[in-house]
Design a protein around this ligand. Structure first.
Ligand SMILES: Cc1ncc(COP(=O)(O)O)c(C=O)c1O
Length: 401
């Protein structure tokens, strides 16, 4: 077996230079912990960036995946039906109250599908000029062309112009700013109910209600990007269920497959019916392995266990971060988020704290330069939340000394 350093040097020579990767090679995991190639163990509050919802080595997930592998059919084209895709679609419809699902492979692809659906909806219901899409400043929707165009952070656009036409940006949590942009040519408004990469900012319930009303007035689709905040992370199966504002379409990925790549676009019958055969497709969309994994996550959400733990551990995390803020009031200037999607904003860069926590056996990730984000597996225990808080406290104390 190759060593850590040998793998790093081969990887650096042959993989594209798109990530600022830490110099560790991960090889295995169990519960909320991962191991590296040198046998070190880390408590993981990153979870593949809000992906590994069931933790590592989940027996039900392993059995479901193994059953698909043992059947010999891990993939068949969308020329045919398969039981796992149908089951996952029915569970998504049941949990969301929305009618139809399109499966793809990632969050960016789910947003691509949503933006295409919006344009087609506008074309059919309002005419060929109804192409405007309103997105939010500080949003993040992924790295494909439509998704970076809809991402309201200029740093993701630099070097990639020209972008897609007709996407404009409103202020998040400012209904007047959406009202100023929306018009008869608008086919959709897209927003994250909780902005993730933009720094963990939760939408005000009133803002969501106002945007819903504006979309109704102008017959524009309201699309919620729940790629990061959905699938139980906020204490409900869907983040939109916290406020009760019902969107026309929702995009999902990350936690939906608990580590197996999958994305999905959910939509109401009225919105979904804009797509007819030939309008959109994905070779791997609805793949048997990924939809079998999704069915395990969705069954757990249907039973209520996953989101109940996220809500309970989330309250513990909020309280613990509050205590930490009392100890370091000048450093921790804000605590934001809900459930197991929370962040602390710091008066200093987050990187040195994250680096020291890594040395102490704790994985953390930033959201922007000054925010530490906490997105552990949804199965995280009370003891693990306490352990994380104590490692974080000791790292901050050491850096302050
Ligand atoms: C809200 C949101 N939308 C979309 C994406 C893109 O997802 P993916 O990386 O799976 O394409 C992300 C990824 O972080 C995200 O947080």
């Amino acid at each position: 077996m190759k060593t850590n350093d040998e793998l790093l040097s081969i990887g650096k020579a042959h993989m594209m230079n798109t990530y600022a990767q830490l110099p560790i090679v991960l090889t295995g995991g169990s519960g909320s912990r991962v191991q590296d190639i040198n046998g070190n163990t880390y408590l993981d509050f990153v979870a593949g960036i809000a992906v590994n919802a069931l933790g590592y080595g989940n027996d039900t997930l392993k059995a479901a995946l193994k059953a698909v592998i043992d059947s010999g059919l891990t993939h068949c084209s969308n020329l045919y039906w398969n039981e796992h895709a149908v089951t996952a679609a029915a569970l998504l419809a049941d949990l969301s109250g929305l009618d139809r699902v399109f499966f793809c492979n990632s969050g960016a692809e789910a947003n691509e599908a949503a933006l295409k659906l919006a344009r087609k909806y506008g074309f059919l219901h309002k005419g060929p000029d109804a192409t405007k899409i309103i997105s939010m400043k500080q949003s993040f929707h992924g790295r494909t062309y439509a998704a970076i165009t809809a991402t309201g952070q200029p740093k993701y656009h630099k070097g990639f112009l020209p972008l897609m036409p007709d996407i404009e940006f409103a202020e998040f949590n400012n209904s007047a700013s959406v009202a100023a942009l929306i018009d008869d040519k608008t086919c959709a408004v897209i927003l994250e109910p909780i902005q993730g990469e933009g720094g963990i900012h939760q939408a005000d319930p009133q803002f969501l209600k106002d945007v819903r009303e504006l979309c109704d007035t102008f017959d524009a689709l309201l699309i919620f990007d729940e790629v990061q905040c959905g699938m139980g992370r906020c204490g409900k199966p869907f983040a939109f269920q916290i406020t009760g504002v019902i969107p026309d379409a929702v995009t999902l990925a990350k936690g939906l497959g608990a580590g197996i790549p999958i994305g999905a676009l959910l939509a109401s019958e009225k919105a979904a019916s804009a797509f007819t055969p030939g309008d959109h497709a994905s070779t791997f969309g609805g793949n048997l392995l990924s939809t079998a994994a999704a069915s395990v996550v969705l069954t757990s959400l249907k039973e209520g266990t996953l989101q109940a733990n996220a809500a309970e551990r989330g309250e513990q995390l909020t309280a613990g971060l509050g205590e930490l803020q009392q100890v370091f009031p000048e450093l921790i200037i804000d605590i934001r988020g809900i459930g197991l999607m929370q962040g602390i904003e710091l008066s200093e860069p987050a990187a040195p704290i994250i680096a020291l926590c890594l040395k102490k056996g704790l994985l953390l990730v930033s959201a922007g330069t000054h925010i530490i984000r906490f997105v552990p597996p949804l199965t995280v225990t009370a003891d693990e939340i306490s352990e994380m808080l104590s490692i974080l406290k000791s790292a901050i104390s050491e850096l302050n000394a």
